[in-house]
Structure formats: structure tokens, C-alpha cells
Write a protein that binds this ligand. Structure first.
Ligand code: GUN
Length: 312
């Protein structure tokens, strides 16, 4: 019979349960929002705008709306057809900016090609920009001012602090330099006193860079690109990737069935890492939870109320 090491952590023990953590966070936000309503007569309100019929976006938007309602918040979803002009979209944003019952505005990306996404995102009132994508919020984050922080990096750092406690002095390597994940993640980890490297498609010897990481964040959008032998033993791995690939079962794949994988080869990586976020069920659920957290905080700030701490 094969011998087993009594206390060797299994892959299950190593997996960071983002779904459970997000559920706890949503519960705390729900409680805090109920209190804001009871004490100050303010119900946090989130408006989500979607243009066109992209099926993945439709699912994300439906989930956001349902979770917002479950948290006791107001949820308005504006579904515009794919041919909507940029001027009409900007007019809707101006209307939402002026609506005192709406504290958060999210324009689902990607937008159709005829619309300038940057112009649209920058038309959102920065204090209602619950995605944290506005250039003013990017600037606030860079200089350490309070603002709206992008949800995926915010949720990822919450999971890291829960797994590791103090992050001071740790080497963090982020693979991916997007404005939505890579760059804000770097700012947040710098604020936690990590030594931060942002790697990208032009970085030399990416595997060697990754092997230096105590914290490795994968945000490249390439299925299972990061292999087990790129990971330093004991590192904590945050996999932000959500990639749809053909089913592992060739019969199902032939029928067009798909599955979702991250940017990290999970099994290989889990054998080396101390903790790792699975896909699905890791970072993904934290993104919606942090969207609600940002909406709650925006509603407090708009009404001069100190937000309740949302930590576990
Ligand atoms: N599309 C995919 N993810 C996101 C997100 O976090 N925010 C917005 N606005 N669009 C997205």
C-alpha cells in the first residue's frame, strides 16, 4: 500500500476558497447596507450599462444585477442595442451621474468597436466609478489617495492578506500589465510593502522571473500558460485568468463542450505552491463582491457617512 505523509496538505487544502470568502464579504456588505438605510435613509444603488448582445457579458451583467439585489441594494440594468451611438451612451451616463439614487455606475466591457471606451469610462463621475477604471481613480491609487479601486485586484489582495497576513517585504511578480488588473494590482501590492515586478509578453526569461515570486499573480488571458516549474516552492499563486477552452473529454469537445481554466496549470502549480486560487471559484467571485463593496463605500461617501469596516 502506498504510504501517505500524515500532514502533507492536499490540493484541496491548498486551494483558496474565493467563493466562500466572497459569500462572507457579501454578507457583511448586506449588513452594512441595511444599517446605512436604517440609520441614514440611504439605499446604495448600482447602475450597470451593457451595449450589445455579447453572451459572456450578458451572463456577467445578470449575475451582477442578481447579487446587487440580494445584498439589498437598488440595481438598475440598462440594456442598449449594439448600434447605440456613442452620443446616446454618453447622454445616459450624464443622466446617471446626476441621479442621486445611483451611487455606482458600471459600463460593461467590451463595448462595440464604434464606441471609444476610454471616452465613455472617463465620462463617469469618478466618485461613482465603482470599476475604478477612470483615469482620476488610477491617479488616486498611484498616489495613495482614497478613491475607487478596481474590483479584481482589490479582491485578490483581500485573498492574499487572508492567506498570508502581513505581506511586507515579499517579492510579488505580476504577469500582465493591463490597466484593469496588472497595473492596479502592482499599486495595491506596493502599498502593502511588497517588492513588485510587473512582467509581460516582452519580459526576458519569464519562467525565471516567476520563480523569484513569493506571490505570483497571473493576469495574461492565456490558458494554463504558467507551469508548475515556474513556481517557487511555497509561493502563493493568484490566478486571475478566465479562459474558455474545449472540454478535456474529446467526445464532449467534439460536441462543442467547453470548460473554464485559468492562466496557471492548476494541478502542476498546486503541487509546488503553498496556496493557489482555483478557476473557477477563486478570484472570480471576489470581483462581484468587491463591486458591491465599492458601491456601498460610494453611497456612504456621497452622504458624508463613514463606511463600516468590511473586513472578516
Ligand atoms: N468586462 C469583463 N470584466 C469586467 C469588469 O470587471 N468591469 C467591466 N466594466 N467590464 C468587464
Amino acid at each position: 500500500m502506498a504510504e501517505t505523509i500524515p500532514h502533507a496538505p492536499s490540493i484541496v487544502d491548498k486551494a483558496i476558497d474565493g467563493k466562500a470568502f466572497a459569500a462572507g464579504l457579501v454578507d457583511r456588505i448586506t449588513g452594512a447596507s441595511a444599517r446605512l438605510r436604517a440609520d441614514h435613509g440611504v439605499q446604495p444603488g448600482l447602475a450597470v450599462v451593457i451595449v450589445g448582445e455579447d453572451p459572456a457579458s450578458q451572463i456577467y451583467v445578470r449575475n451582477k444585477g442578481e447579487t446587487t439585489l440580494r445584498a439589498g441594494m437598488r440595481s438598475d440594468t440598462h440594456r442598449l442595442d449594439a448600434g447605440t451611438s456613442q452620443a446616446d451612451l454618453l447622454a445616459l451616463i450624464a443622466q446617471l451621474n446626476a441621479d442621486a439614487g445611483i451611487h455606482g455606475i458600471l459600463v460593461q466591457l467590451p463595448l462595440p468597436g464604434h464606441i471609444d471606451s476610454t471616452a465613455v469610462l472617463d465620462a463617469i463621475d469618478p466618485d461613482k466609478d465603482v470599476d475604478g477604471f477612470h483615469v482620476v481613480n488610477a491617479g488616486r491609487l498611484a498616489v495613495g489617495l482614497p478613491g475607487m479601486v478596481p474590483c479584481t485586484p482589490l479582491g485578490s489582495v483581500m485573498l492574499l492578506k487572508d492567506a498570508l497576513g502581513d505581506l511586507s517585504g515579499l517579492n510579488a511578480v505580476i504577469v500582465g500589465r493591463s490597466n484593469i488588473v496588472g497595473k492596479p494590482m502592482a499599486q495595491l501590492l506596493l502599498a502593502q510593502n511588497c517588492t513588485v515586478t510587473i512582467a509581460h509578453s516582452r519580459s526576458r526569461d519569464l519562467p525565471a522571473l516567476c520563480r523569484e515570486a513569493d506571490i505570483l499573480v497571473a493576469a495574461v488571458g492565456r490558458p494554463e500558460m504558467i507551469r508548475g516549474d515556474w513556481i517557487k516552492p511555497g509561493a502563493v499563486v493568484i490566478d486571475v485568468g478566465i479562459n474558455r477552452v474545449p472540454s478535456a473529454d474529446p467526445v464532449k469537445a467534439a460536441e462543442g463542450k467547453t470548460r473554464v481554466v485559468g492562466d496557471v496549470a492548476f494541478k502542476e502549480a498546486a503541487a509546488v505552491a503553498s496556496r493557489i486560487t482555483p478557476v473557477p471559484g477563486g478570484v472570480g467571485p471576489m470581483t462581484i463582491a468587491c463591486l458591491l463593496a465599492n458601491t456601498y463605500v460610494a453611497a456612504c461617501r456621497a452622504n458624508g457617512v463613514e463606511p463600516q469596516p468590511l473586513d472578516a
